[in-house]
Design a protein around this ligand. Sequence first.
Ligand SMILES: Nc1nc2c(c(=O)[nH]1)N[C@H]1C(S)=C(S)[C@@H](COP(=O)(O)O)O[C@H]1N2
Ligand SMILES: [Mo]
Length: 438
Amino acid sequence: MKKEKGIHSLYAADPVRADELLWGRHTSGVSRRGFIKGSGLAAMVTALGASIPFARFMPGGLLPAALANTDTPFEIQGKSGLIILNDRPINAETPAHLLDDAVTPAERLFVRNNGIVPATEGTDPDHWTLRIAGESCLEPQSLTVAELKSKFRHHTLQLQIECGGNGRSEFFPPARGNQWTTGAIGCPEWTGVRLSDVLEYCGIADDAVYVAYEGTDRHLSGDPQKRPISRGVPVAKALERESLIVWAMNGEPLPLLHGFPLRMVCSGWPASVSGKWINKILIRDRVHDGAKMTGQSYRVPCTPVAPGTAVADEDMCIIESMLVKSLITFPKSGITHALAQPMALRGHAWAGDLRVRKMLVSINFGVTWQKASLKRPVNRLAWQHWSAELQFLEPGYYEIWASAEDESGNSQPVVLPGWNPRGYLNNACHRIAVMVTA
Ligand SMILES: Nc1nc2c(c(=O)[nH]1)N[C@H]1C(S)=C(S)[C@@H](COP(=O)(O)O)O[C@H]1N2
Ligand SMILES: [Mo]
C-alpha cells in the first residue's frame, strides 16, 4: 500500500479514489489478485450488472472495458458512496461528509469483514439457532431467534461501533491491514435483547471471566477448521445494560453484510468484539483465546514504544474502551466558502465507554479554540452531535480542526497519538480544508 501524506479527510472524500483503489494505482494487492473468485467476482458482477460467463479465464487485475474510462465507482450492493479498501474480504469505509445523519443509515455504515461472508440470505431467522455454552455456563442452551424474541424483553438503542484500526492509514512506519482513514465508525439504532438477560438465563458460574462469540463466516483460506475471528469481552462489559444481541438495525432485519440474522453489539470497544452472523456465545473461564484475541491482533503495547519498534506478544495488551474522538460531517472537506457568510459546522463525538463533555473547534491550526455546542447522547454509548458557527476574517486557505474531551478530561491529540505495530487507536483531531473567498 502506497503511503499517502496530507490531510486524510481530503482523499477520503474524493470520489475518484474508489476507482483508483480498484484499478490498482494504490492497492497493488487488489489489482494483482484480480476479481476472479468469491466475493471479488460477486462485486465485479454487481458493478457490471451482469454475470461473467468466462470469469475463470479473466486475468487478475483486468479492467473490464465496460468500466474503462468512466467514473462509475465500484459499488457494494446496499451501500452508497463508500470507499472500498479491500475486496476480499470486503472492507469499505464512509467519507466523513456522508456520516452526517444523526442515526447512520445502513447504506452509510462501514463494512469490516475478516473472512468470507456466509450465505445467510434467505435463512429463516426464526430457525437460526444460537448456542450458549462454555466452561462457565451452568445450563447450556440452544435458542432460536424466535425464542430470543419471545423469552426476553426487547431493547432498542443507538450504539456506535468503531473499528479498532480506524485511522490506521496515518501511522508511520505504516501498519499492515486495511488503511482506514476516518470512516470506520457509525452509530445505527439496534434492536434485540440484552446479552445479560440471555447469559443469566443460562447461568453464569462464579469462575466466569470472558464472554465470546463465534460466527458462521469462513476463513479466507476456505479451511472449515479455521475461524476468521472469534473475540469477546470480560464478563462485566458483557453484563452492561447496553450490550445487546440484535436482529434489527434501524428497524429492519440486519443487512447481510452486518451480520444477518443475528449479531452482538458491545459498543465503545473495538467493533471487533461485536460479532456478526453469531451462532455461538461462550461463557469462558479464562480470557477468550479465539482467533484475533491472541498475538498482536487488537492489542497495543502495554507501555508506549518508539515508532517502528518490534514488540513481543507478551508485551501487548488487549484494547478495551476506545478513545475520545470526533468527526466534522458538515461541510465536506475541500469546499469554497464566501467570506461574508458565517459557516455552519457540525459533526459527532464519542468516547468509548465514556461520555463526551466538551467539543472545541479551531480555524488557526490549534492556536485558539472555540467551544461548540454539544448534545447529550440519546442513550449511553451513542455518539453525540455537536455544532458551531464560524466567522472568517479574511479570504484564503483554512483548516478546521475539531477536538472532543471526555468526562475524565482526556482530549484528542492534534498530532498522531502513540504508534503501535498494528495501527490501532488513532484518535487524532479530524481536520477539513476550506477555501474562503472574498
Ligand atoms: N463474525 C464476524 N464478526 C465480526 C467481524 C467478522 O469479520 N466476522 N468483523 C468484526 C470487526 S473487526 C468489526 S470492526 C465489526 C464491523 O462491523 P460492520 O461490518 O457491521 O460495520 O464487526 C466485527 N464482527
Ligand atoms: Mo475492526
